[in-house]
Write a new protein. Structure first.
Lengths: 178, 435
């Protein structure tokens, strides 16, 4: 990391290669649009390289980079909402999956894609990054209660989708048997 | 949804927001998920979420996108930046020898060492001691020919010199008072890190796509199968020396120039100078193992502090786990209702990483634990008061009121409650206090 901080090109490339996939996946899970998530991934990774001096070795490089990538993605999400006020939190009623997408078990990314950025971010930070609720509050600058509320709402939304998928799958199986 | 499933959902949500469950509740969560298809599917999904960011690229396309992203970011970074680093790119690939000399000065930190992630299945070079003339050590043990240097390990040459070999005909010889660490043994990117002293490397023509580097505090010198020497002096400007062949030197401004055999160039300047015969002889003598190097080498030897590696999980990175790791352990202990151990883990985190975000955030968690589980209101009060301002201020102040009450300091608790209600009039806790 010292060499990255000292702007060594080979070290920068090595770090960028090591983290690119993770930052891209992180951005993609938080932001729904491909264009936004590509922008966020690039800006996030750029920010990681520029911030190398601030790395203190108190956590793994991946975890340190996660935080920077999350903050970048959230900033882009906020900017997008400012420019497009209609893109607010998705009401829960809109969360149900389209019937033709239903399967017995879809990948988590499919479910996450149907959440609002704020709920998705909290869910990713809690379940994928294993941050505590208090840490998420600290990192995102909202209260613990807001984090809990977003987390539980996101879980409820996803739970509803899973169960709806199950019902549809069962109905499909039953019709096939007939 | 059945009542049993409703209970499962409620407990799973409680656990998700960080609440500690009793042992029988945890047992129920695990057992019900085994027998209930709906709850089992949900449980599997949350587990899948835990692996979301660790997933390897799904295919070649993902891998290409990752590399394209990395390349675009590095290019963008360079375009934004005016000032300089060293970049050497070989242009000529001839069968012969090459020497890379890095003579260093300086203090402190140098350790690059960015390793690939565990689980990577790529070819690695064996780094083996070829020759020791004098005294050299690996991890405190005497280095002998045939011994292997693992990634992250350092060869410390106390006197004389010692040489190591790597794949594809690379030999690197370290002078007395040198410390040479294996930063990466990846075949495609073999990298030694010179913390102090001098190293001379000789390499055969390298296969396409393979590189060998010597990293120093000042930069990374990469040979890709040509013949050149580089000297990096922390006390002054870096110099590139070509013994045979041609290299391309690019400075941080993006200006690129060629350097021919028997030439030396100060990186960033435009005019090369002729390589002094003594410099060339000294470099070659060291890598060839002749005594001719002895006369010239002392001038290049400067003491430099060796650095710890920064890789997670590396034994040489230090004994203290990271803040994130300590927090994870504390959370696990808490989830297993091992309250005292969890409190100790929170305190260890705070002691080890006092300035980390994790240490700050756990003041409130520790206070709650001490107050509600361990019957230690004094400790809880200290923890809540230590938090100060921030997003958890409301929780910290609410905890302080309860701790004061538990300590029987009614008047102080009353004043704190009045302040709390004024600050957070609409909070659930304020409603409780008003009652």
């Amino acid at each position: 990391m010292q060499l990255v901080a000292a702007r060594d090109p080979a070290a920068e490339r090595e770090l960028a290669s090591r983290l690119a996939g993770r930052v891209r996946r992180m951005s993609r899970t938080i932001l729904r649009s491909d264009a936004d998530s590509d922008d966020a991934a690039q800006l996030g990774l750029l920010e990681v390289l520029k911030s190398a001096k601030s790395y203190r070795g108190e956590s793994s490089i991946e975890r340190w980079a996660d935080r920077i990538a999350v903050r970048t993605a959230m900033r882009i999400a906020r900017e997008r909402r400012r420019n497009d006020p209609l893109d607010e939190e998705a009401p829960e009623e809109l969360a149900a999956p389209a019937p033709d997408q239903s399967e017995l078990q879809r990948p988590i990314a499919d479910y996450l894609a149907r959440l609002s950025e704020e709920r998705r971010t909290v869910l990713v930070m809690r379940h994928a990054l294993d941050h505590s609720v208090a840490e998420i509050a600290e990192l995102t600058g909202v209260s613990v209660n807001t984090v809990k509320d977003r987390l539980l709402t996101a879980r409820r939304q996803i739970r509803r989708m899973i169960r709806q998928d199950d019902v549809l799958a069962e109905a499909r199986l039953a019709s096939q048997r007939r | 949804m059945s009542a049993i499933c409703e209970r499962w959902v409620m407990l799973a949500d409680r656990q998700a927001v960080g609440e500690a469950l009793a042992r029988d509740e945890e047992q129920f969560l695990a057992e019900h998920a085994q027998v209930c298809r709906h709850c089992g599917a949900e449980d599997a999904l949350w587990r899948q979420a835990g692996r979301l960011l660790d997933a390897e690229p799904a295919g070649a396309d993902d891998g290409r996108r990752d590399q394209a992203l990395a390349g675009a970011v590095v290019e963008r970074l360079r375009a934004e930046r005016p000032a300089g680093v060293i970049e050497l790119a070989a242009r000529r690939r001839r069968r012969t020898t090459a020497a890379v000399v890095a003579a260093l000065a300086a203090a402190a930190a140098l350790a690059l060492v960015l390793r690939t992630r565990p689980g990577d299945h790529v070819a690695r070079s064996r780094v083996e001691i070829e020759r020791v003339s004098g005294v050299a050590e690996i991890a405190g043990a005497t280095a002998r020919p045939g011994m292997e240097l693992a990634e992250g390990q350092a060869l410390v040459v106390r006197s004389g010199s010692a040489c190591v070999t790597l794949s594809h005909g690379v030999r690197a010889c370290a002078d007395a008072r040198s410390e040479l660490r294996v930063a990466s043994a990846l075949d495609a990117d073999r990298r030694l890190h010179l913390a102090q002293g001098r190293v001379v490397a000789r390499l055969d023509k390298q296969p396409a796509g393979m590189s060998f580097s010597v990293a120093t505090r000042d930069g990374v010198v990469t040979a890709v199968g040509t013949v050149f020497a580089v000297e990096v002096d922390a006390a002054g400007p870096s110099r590139a020396r070509v013994l045979q062949g041609v290299v391309a030197v690019r400075d941080a401004r993006g200006e690129r120039r060629e350097l021919g055999a028997h030439q030396s160039l100060v990186i960033g300047e435009t005019r090369p100078r002729a390589l002094a015969p003594a410099e060339e002889q000294s470099d070659l003598a060291l890598v060839d193992g002749t005594t001719a190097a002895a006369a010239a080498k002392d001038a290049d030897v400067v003491s430099i502090e060796s650095l710890p590696l920064d890789r997670p999980g590396d034994a040489t990175a230090g004994e203290t786990p990271s803040a994130a790791e300590l927090l994870r352990r504390a959370q696990e202990l808490r989830q297993n209702a091992r309250w005292s151990d969890a409190a100790a883990a929170y305190r260890r985190l705070q002691a080890a990483h006092p300035r980390s975000a994790e240490a700050r955030a756990v003041h409130v968690s520790l206070g709650e634990l001490l107050l509600t589980r361990l019957g230690d209101p004094s400790g809880a009060l200290r923890a809540f008061e230590a938090y100060g301002g921030g997003p958890l201020a409301q929780e910290a102040r609410w905890g302080r009121i309860r701790a004061l009450r538990a300590l029987g300091r009614a008047a102080e608790a009353e004043r704190a409650a009045e302040d709390f209600v004024r600050a957070y009039p609409d909070s659930p806790a304020a409603k409780t206090l008003k009652k």
